[in-house]
Design a protein around this ligand. Structure first.
Ligand code: DAK
Length: 252
């Protein structure tokens, strides 16, 4: 399988698996990754996903060997990014095991929580092959980190290491390679303890609210808040607090 898909309780583990090509994103890998994300989104048993790669790379970018300069890409034949239009409100964790370049770095940018191995490297080297980032890198990165650091990555194409990525706020934490997946699973399990509908509504409010005016974002927040106040999970959360026990959430 070019993308492995494992279910561990409430957690989906999606692993890009083309180690001989540093998990470069071929059209096939892109399609399969998109399908796995759709499976995860639509499976009521799964609450959080971890995205990682096999071997020494997370993903070294789009597959340069498949590129055909001069030939327009038929965008309708594939998802423009594995995420666009997906409306994925369940949390996505990137467990970055190695190179995260180009489209691979852009997968990091669409992840909510980013855990990096000390071996991880991040970069947008597209200018070195005469392109610009085409899966959201120029749009997302300057909204996430200071302008000059985004410009450094996009305009020079030079990669940065995990400690620099942490220093500039691109990732949540850096851990030794052997602790990468256990750390990612710890984060996933922490989010699985919370009310799943609340976690999803919070992400939806953040993602959709980001491109709204403040007053529109606050309205969206209010409507999601009133939706949650009528859920069984909210009743269970408050009841469990009063009874001094852990809540048992059902995503209802
Ligand atoms: N594509 C294809 N093959 C790749 C690859 C890639 N991106 N990256 C690595 N490989 C292959 C290598 O060719 C090599 O294959 P063989 O020669 O063994 O057959 C194998 O993986 C191992 O790589 P290396 O031998 O190069 O390994 P090193 O450790 O020496 O170097 C490296 C690691 C990561 C520094 C190096 O492999 C490298 O620079 N790779 C290229 C990284 C890169 O430039 N990535 C950005 C690609 S551009 C679009 C939207 C977005 C995009 C395109 C279109 N549309 C909306 C249409 C995105 C574009 C990009 O991401």
């Amino acid at each position: 399988m070019i993308v492995n898909y494992e279910k561990d309780g409430r957690v989906a583990i999606i692993t890009m698996n083309r180690p001989e090509a540093l998990n470069a994103m071929s059209f096939e890998l892109q399609q399969e990754l998109h399908s796995r994300l759709v499976d995860f989104r639509d499976d009521p048993e799964l609450w959080v996903a971890i995205l990682t790669g096999t071997g020494k790379a997370f993903c070294a970018g789009a597959d340069i060997k498949e590129m055909e300069p001069g030939k327009p890409v038929n965008l309708s034949s594939l998802p423009a990014t594995p995420m666009r239009g997906l409306n994925l409100w369940k949390p996505l964790i990137a467990a970055v095991n190695g190179w995260a370049l180009g489209a691979g770095m852009e997968l990091v940018l669409i992840s909510d929580i980013r855990i990096a191995s000390e071996k991880a490297r991040f970069g947008l080297p597209e200018v070195n092959v005469g392109l610009i980032p085409g899966m959201g890198g120029t749009g997302r990165l300057p909204r996430m980190i200071p302008w000059c650091k985004a410009a450094e990555l996009v305009l020079t194409g030079k990669p940065i290491d995990a400690s620099e990525a942490y220093r500039i706020g691109l990732i949540n934490t850096v851990v030794p390679a052997e602790q990468l997946m256990t750390t990612a699973k710890d984060w996933a399990n922490t989010m699985c303890q919370a009310g799943p509908l609340a976690v999803r509504a919070a992400k939806e409010a953040m993602v959709r609210g980001y491109n709204m005016t403040l007053s529109e974002a606050l309205q969206l927040e209010q409507s999601l808040h009133s939706f949650l106040s009528n859920t069984e999970d909210f009743a269970e959360g408050t009841k469990a607090f009063k009874e001094k026990r852990k809540p048992v959430f059902k995503a209802k």
